[in-house]
Design a protein around this ligand. Structure first.
Ligand code: AGP
Length: 370
């Protein structure tokens, strides 16, 4: 078993460390040789069919749904197509408004999640075209969808999804760029710049992994708490939700992810002396706003860890108790970096609590029953 884990103590840790490779493999063969455009040959849609898409529904469960939350922002900002996201167990029963000009994107690591598969079938029944983002070739989802983007994360064994999630982000970036190119919503210089920055992500993840011991210390002190919060705005809020789920499922610490600006509408009442708050601050245009939310929780005694972009440390350091910097990238790409420290915090918190990291209680790797 140790051999399968390649020297790591747990599959989860091994899979966290496999992310640089997963990013490279998911990008491989999908970017033109000159690095200026995205080639998604697996997508059978013609340019006219892409132009005819009026709205997109992204449907998935759990972590895959959280990748979809980032995907929504990516597609809306790059391709200007309206996107809704939904959890599959809600979508399938709420009689969603699906028309022939709706593209439904289902996201599933395993490709076997019962609710996601049922949502896919419902979408097809209503006449939508279905595109699947999945990690498993030959899975039910991959067989039944019209178009399939395979994430090249390799087998994921730990119940807590890590490299599958980040590979799904890469798939959404590629898809968003592909649509933007086809629709002409972004010029070729912009697309080349995003591609260039994407190529830097694997090395940037490696530089985060080198700082794992810092995150272990953070996790050790968090593991003594029973409640904590993740806050952020925009894609930082999407990543906050993923960080919170990861922590809950393996450390069993209760946590909530909140849109930073929404705190004062109720949840702020829960902030008391010493409560840990992890705040993501990677979006330049929202940065001042999030800082003011950090001040709100600090004033009530919260202990704040800021996950911030390199270059902003000095400014943010004044407002937080602890700081973790991620390498500089484009705002849209930040989730592919900022989630990594949160994965490591969840891992080390679970370890500190003596939990079964790879097989958390009550959970299955893929939920094939309703
Ligand atoms: C992730 O850490 C979870 N274990 C879970 O939310 C998972 O992402 C969800 O069950 C969806 O699985 P799928 O991607 O295989 O469809």
């Amino acid at each position: 078993v140790t051999a399968e884990k390649a020297g790591f103590d747990h599959f989860m840790l091994k899979e966290i460390y496999e992310q640089p490779k997963a990013y490279r493999d998911t990008m491989m063969g999908r970017i033109s040789d000159d690095g200026r455009s995205v080639e998604l040959n697996e997508i059978g849609m013609t340019a006219d069919e892409i132009r005819a898409i009026r709205k997109i529904h992204i449907v998935a469960c759990g972590t895959a749904m959280h990748a979809g939350l980032v995907g929504k922002t990516v597609i809306e900002s790059l391709a200007r197509i309206p996107v809704e996201t939904d959890v599959a167990s809600e979508y399938r029963y709420r009689s969603p408004i699906i028309t022939p000009d709706t593209l439904v994107i289902v996201v599933s690591q395993s490709g076997e999640t019962a609710d996601t598969l049922a949502a896919l079938r419902e979408a097809k029944r209503c006449g939508a075209r279905v595109l699947a983002i999945t990690n498993v070739v030959g899975s039910s989802v991959s067989r039944e969808a019209d178009d399939v983007i395979i994430t090249q994360a390799g087998p994921e064994i730990a119940v807590a999804s890590t490299k599958a999630y980040t590979s799904q982000l890469i798939a959404f970036y590629l898809l968003g760029l592909f649509f933007a190119e086809t629709l002409g919503t972004k010029d070729s210089e912009f697309i080349a710049e995003v591609v260039e920055q994407m190529h830097k992500l694997p090395e940037q993840v490696e530089s985060i992994l080198e700082k794992a011991t810092v995150l272990k210390q953070v996790a050790n002190s968090l593991s003594k708490h029973n409640n904590l919060f993740f806050i952020g705005r925009g894609v930082d809020f999407a990543v906050a939700q993923e960080g919170s789920l990861k922590l809950k499922e393996i450390s069993y610490i209760h946590s909530e992810a909140y849109a930073a600006g929404e705190l004062k509408h109720g949840t702020l009442a829960l902030i008391e002396e010493g409560i840990p708050v992890i705040s993501l601050i990677t979006q330049e245009d929202l940065y001042e706003k999030t800082l003011s939310n950090i001040k709100e929780v600090k004033a009530r005694g919260a202990h704040v860890l800021g996950v911030v972009n390199e270059g902003f440390e000095e400014e943010v350091a004044k407002s937080v108790d602890e700081l973790f910097a991620i390498p500089k990238t484009l705002p849209l790409l930040a989730p592919a970096l900022s989630v990594v420290p949160l994965q490591l915090i969840a891992y080390y918190a679970s370890l500190a609590r003596g939990n079964d990291v790879d097989k958390p209680r009550n959970l299955a790797k893929s939920v094939t029953v309703e």
